[in-house]
Write a new protein. Structure first.
Length: 317
């Protein structure tokens, strides 16, 4: 009787092992383990992406945000305003040595104008100074910026500003939205200007500017949550997660057509309108890592001249 039970046990074990191996072989490509936990699908792509930008050249970005980013292997896009760069290490702004260190670590360094002045209503010479000279300034420090961030945004309909930026940069952040649609066609229900637009070409047939194009890329400002919820972690963190989930209907099967571009400023505990608490920032980055997000930089963007779409290098869009 004992021998029979042992034999039956062996048979059952063999069947279970064989069944498990067969399930892995047959279904492994349909439900890979990583896809369940990290958003990586069977094509090797990711359905969860985000770009993290930092403006104003605050020292807190270097001292507080940078170590957290580095700890998770994330790279941020830092928009440097040359006129704000500090001559001494004890300044509230970053130094050129700080910027050189971030560049060496692989972070994305881009142009944030010369003085952070609003570009609207500037003279032509002053506008050229803010746009062209900021590129030259960074070039003098070993950086070749390809993206310009318009201070305060809201210049999408200014032909002079867009044309000036287009002479010197491949892209520009210019305005605000929860998502940036890579085909520039996602705002039809929100803005009348979008009714004529189905791609990212810069100009309409009559020569006027399109609402969204590679020089009017939209980001969403984290400080809107910081101010709205008075720096209350318990309210801001779930709102942050909800914002990230808005890309879900647009990104699937490894194809990315919408990206949340999150704009940060100061990363400190001063609870000012332009501040994001350090612990909150750390937990947001932890969430991105644990949820399988791919953190991109602005330098990862490219432009498809044939279809007039913004694309992500190495990812279908």
């Amino acid at each position: 009787m004992m021998k029979m039970n042992k034999s039956k046990t062996k048979i059952i074990v063999i069947i279970l092992v064989a069944t498990t191996i067969t399930a892995v072989l047959i279904f492994g490509n349909i439900f890979p383990i990583n896809s369940i936990t990290s958003g990586i699908n069977n094509n090797g792509g990711t359905n969860k992406v985000v770009i993290l930008t930092f403006s104003d050249s605050s020292k807190s970005q270097y001292a507080n945000a940078r170590p957290i980013l580095n700890g998770y292997g994330f790279k941020g896009s830092f928009f440097i305003t040359c006129g704000l760069i500090a001559p001494a290490s004890n300044s509230p702004s970053m130094t050129w040595q700080n910027i050189a260190t971030m560049k060496k670590e692989g972070h994305d360094i881009q142009s944030g104008a010369m003085t952070y002045a609003p570009l609207i209503n500037l003279s032509k010479s002053r506008l050229d100074y803010e746009v062209q000279q900021s590129k030259q300034c960074l070039s003098n420090h070993g950086v070749n910026p390809t993206v310009f961030r318009i201070p305060y945004g809201r210049s999408w309909d200014n032909l002079t500003i867009i044309n000036t930026i287009a002479k010197h940069h491949n892209f520009a952040i210019n305005g605000f939205s929860n998502l940036m649609y890579l085909h520039c066609d996602g705002w039809q229900q929100q803005y009348v200007h979008q009714r004529q637009q189905h791609d990212c070409r810069t100009y309409l047939q009559d020569g006027s500017l399109t609402f969204a194009n590679r020089y009017s890329i939209r980001e969403w400002n984290h400080n809107t949550l910081d101010v709205k919820y008075s720096h209350d972690y318990t309210k801001i963190f779930p709102a942050f997660v909800d914002e990230l989930k808005k890309q879900t209907p647009y990104n699937y099967n490894g194809k990315i057509t919408a990206i949340p571009i999150i704009a940060y400023h100061n990363i400190d505990n001063r609870k000012q309108p332009n501040s994001t608490d350090v612990n909150l920032f750390a937990d947001e980055m932890k969430y991105l890592r644990n949820s399988g997000f791919k953190v991109l930089t602005m330098a990862d963007l490219a432009y498809d001249q044939n279809n007039n779409f913004i694309t992500v290098k190495g990812i279908s869009s």
